[in-house]
Design a protein around this ligand. Structure first.
Ligand code: NDP
Length: 419
């Protein structure tokens, strides 16, 4: 019996909300609140009569902490699920603290305006100290640890697939498969084809910022940064086949390095087709990925926002995307004094997702873990107060929930390793 406030109503939120409605004995009431209320109303209407969950909607600009506070005070939820954008993480965390409510999200904080001089000063110091230059990192949200602990509240960070399930896979490997883990390779493969020459599978602005940034990995206690897309490997993925994949910086590497300190190397690879990479390079070269506003015929335009308006809405890719995703982690390490390798992953089919929730697998593989993470918090299975990432909690009930609600795990005890 719980009330949940979901902020955001895009591709991922719409899956998470539909999955919450499949578990109406826990999610008895859900308020869908977003910047554009019409999207919330449309989803509420679609779900009307199909679920026992009582759905209401609201308009909120989550960049404004006072609006979020007012909404939380009037709705009185047990949990706020932030499935808007990473830009809103801090304002929503502030509002949760003010109102005494648990918090969760699917991606760690990054600022919308990377030209802001105050933010830039802190960012440049961090780049130098830590050795990676991604715009996002956990420091902003880890700074809330003491505040959440003192308030007796839980903040669950990054509970999508990657970050999210990948960290639960690491916690599971550590708990059940290894005494010590030496290396972790996180492999994110999308074998789906939507038929467009170029489109992104989730929010284009967040996606293109991530992919065009320098890559980095964790090795022997420090970061190694490399030019974007400069480490390429081929891998033969179960249910998908042979794909090119590239080493990227990814947020869960940072928390895993802290929470599994014995690990000697952590890398993250994502598959990309040549067409995607050629388009992205071209857009980058002509300045279309820039977040710095320019003056155009009397209007101020942010190039990447304009590009977002031109590209297909990720939520519209569902009907046309065919193929499968395969996301998981390969481990090497030791168990009972012997060397061991282990691969745990999930395969998800784009069209099966579409049949179930009218969405492609990228939103599905993020929205289902968001619902399952909320389920862990609402049922008290994950209740350690403070600010935590997924690997800090017991992976067993979470992976059981994923098995049950659409993202079953598969295992391979003799995987091909990534060179
Ligand atoms: P979308 O762009 O599809 O949706 C974002 C939603 O947030 C929209 O409904 C948007 O409203 C709303 N929103 C944006 N700004 C505000 C604001 N100021 N106040 C209130 N609502 C706002 O994004 P996705 O669904 O693709 O992604 C959602 C989140 O999931 C992102 O943080 C993304 O980084 C993360 N993600 C995580 C993954 C993981 O595996 N962990 C994988 C993929 C995504 P409007 O309709 O008005 O634009």
């Amino acid at each position: 019996m719980s009330k949940v406030l979901v902020i955001g109503c895009g591709g991922v939120a719409s899956v998470a909300i539909q999955k919450c409605c499949q578990v109406s004995e826990v999610f008895t009431e859900v308020c869908i609140a977003s910047r554009t209320k019409a999207k919330c109303d449309a989803l509420a209407q679609e779900l009307a009569g199909k679920t026992a969950t009582r759905i209401t909607t609201a308009q909120v600009d989550a960049d404004d902490v006072n609006q979020v506070i007012d909404l939380i005070k009037s709705y009185q939820p047990d949990l706020v699920m932030n499935i808007a954008l990473p830009y809103q993480d801090l304002t929503i965390m502030d509002a949760c603290l003010e109102c005494g409510v648990n918090y969760m999200d699917t991606a760690n904080y990054e600022p919308e305006d990377t030209d802001d001089p105050d933010w830039r000063e802190i960012y440049e110091k961090r780049c130098e100290e830590k050795g990676f230059s991604a715009y996002f990192d956990y420091s902003w949200q880890w700074a809330y640890r003491e505040k959440f602990e003192k308030a007796g509240l839980v903040a669950l960070l990054g509970c999508g697939f990657d970050p999210g399930v990948t960290q639960a896979y690491c916690a599971y490997a550590k708990k059940h498969q290894f005494d010590t883990i030496d290396t972790i390779d996180i492999l994110d493969c999308n074998g789906g084809d939507h038929g467009y020459p170029f489109a992104t599978n989730f929010n284009p602005e967040v996606n293109l910022r991530e992919v065009s940034a320098p890559g980095s990995y964790w090795e022997d206690g420090h970061w190694v940064e490399i030019p974007a897309m400069s480490i390429k490997r081929e891998y033969d993925f179960d249910a998908v086949g042979q794909k090119d994949m590239y080493l990227l910086h990814h947020e869960e590497i940072e928390s895993l390095a802290e929470n599994i300190p014995e690990v000697k190397r952590i890398r993250f690879f994502m598959t990309f087709g040549q067409s995607y990479l050629t388009h992205m390079k071209c857009l980058e070269n002509v300045g279309m990925l820039s977040t710095t506003p320019i003056e155009f015929e009397g209007h101020e335009i942010v190039p990447i926002k304009f590009l977002k308006a031109l590209l297909p809405d990720p939520a519209s890719l569902g009907p046309r995307t065919h193929g499968k995703t395969n996301i998981g982690c390969i481990f090497t390490g030791k168990k009972d004094g012997k060397e061991k390798t282990y691969y745990i992953y999930n395969v998800c089919d784009h069209q099966e997702c579409y049949q179930e929730v009218k969405s492609q697998a990228i939103s599905y593989t993020t929205g289902v873990p968001a619902m399952c993470g909320a389920l862990m918090l609402l049922t008290g299975k994950w209740n350690t107060v403070g600010v935590h990432t997924v690997e800090e909690f017991d992976p067993d009930p979470f992976l059981d929930a994923l098995d049950k609600y659409g993202l079953p795990r598969q295992e391979n005890f003799d995987p091909v390793l990534v060179p």
